[in-house]
Design a binder for this molecule. Structure first.
Ligand code: NAP
Length: 283
């Protein structure tokens, strides 16, 4: 496994396992156990995925020492705010059956994120979280949070895949010493990613799959990836990305797939903000 060093010195794996849309808790537990047995150590969940209990059960079942794992979960919008964030964090720990977290992220840049951040800074100071960060924060929101608080986020997890490469955003984060992490590295298969002719031709060149090429392309940009799969052969396939490297020429070819458009929803869309803000999870 390769690691990156966060802005507080903590080592974070460059490859992890995401569990979004694993609503079936038995399936989630089996998938996480399969991932841990394959060698993944970073698991990425969220209160909004409503599967932290399954992640916790898989961790216990795996028998892997706690200090070898890197567990991330995320604070949902309903819990943005100083008091609410603290109790939401304790509930998440309880569901995960853990006594500390490696990374806690503010999931969406809405509501009282400054209050939540102050609670997270305190939990960090108390040693209950090893690193704190955000998700879906555009440069203006990231700057606002970093400028008016003590601790700069260690990580920003954003939509990033061959069709939305986020070059300027990643450069901006690097200038702030914030580690970039990709969600939906495969664009959840949208835009026929797995049969894209350019990606297929590059994959053939390296005797790898399209999925492996996409993960490797992100890792070579020093972006953390957390592919999701409930299929054990794919879980293994997605882990096997450290035995080759993509040439500069092929990296450049992949950069031409950029569309500059989200394949999901824009986080600045007022209608989306209203809808997301009303969703309640794992209270
Ligand atoms: P993703 O990883 O881009 O794509 C997952 C899809 O790809 C699934 O349909 C999976 O199917 C398929 N797949 C996985 N490996 C494959 C392979 N080797 N070959 C062919 N198909 C493959 O999508 P994602 O789950 O949205 O994103 C990854 C993680 O990012 C999430 O799980 C979550 O932890 C995080 N995330 C965060 C946010 C946020 O707002 N912070 C938003 C979305 C996601 P099978 O399961 O059937 O294999």
């Amino acid at each position: 496994m390769k690691f990156t060093t966060l802005n507080n010195g903590v080592q974070m794996p460059l490859l992890g396992f995401g569990v979004y849309q694993m609503r079936d808790l038995k399936e989630c537990q089996e998938a996480v156990l399969g991932a841990l047995q394959t060698g993944y150590r970073l698991i990425d969940t969220a209160a909004a995925y409503e599967n932290e209990t399954a992640v916790g059960a898989a961790i216990q079942q795996s028998g892997i020492a706690r200090d070898k794992l890197f567990i991330t979960t995320k604070l949902w919008v309903q819990d943005a705010g100083y008091e609410k964030a603290r109790s939401a964090f304790l509930r998440a720990l309880d569901r995960l059956k853990l006594d500390y977290l490696d990374l806690y992220l503010i999931h969406q840049p809405y509501s009282d994120v400054h209050g939540a951040w102050r609670a997270m800074e305190e939990l960090y100071d108390e040693g209950l979280i090893r690193a704190i960060g955000v998700s879906n924060f555009a440069p203006d929101r990231l700057t606002d949070l970093a400028t008016f608080n003590r601790i700069t986020p260690a990580v920003n997890q954003i939509e990033m895949h061959p069709f939305l490469q986020q070059g300027q955003n990643v450069a901006f984060m690097q200038s702030m010493n914030v580690q970039a992490q990709s969600w939906a590295s495969f664009a959840e298969g949208k835009n026929n990613l797995f049969s894209n002719p350019l990606l297929v031709s590059i994959a053939q060149l390296y005797n790898k799959s399209v999925a492996q090429v996409v993960l490797r392309w992100l890792i070579q940009r020093n972006v953390i990836v957390i592919p999701k799969s409930v299929n054990l052969p794919r879980i293994r396939e997605n882990f096997n990305v450290f035995d080759f490297s993509i040439s500069d020429v092929d990296m450049e070819k992949i950069s031409q797939l950029e569309t500059g458009e989200t394949l999901f929803t824009a986080h600045t869309d007022p209608e989306r903000i209203k809808t997301v803000g009303t969703k309640i999870f794992n209270t």
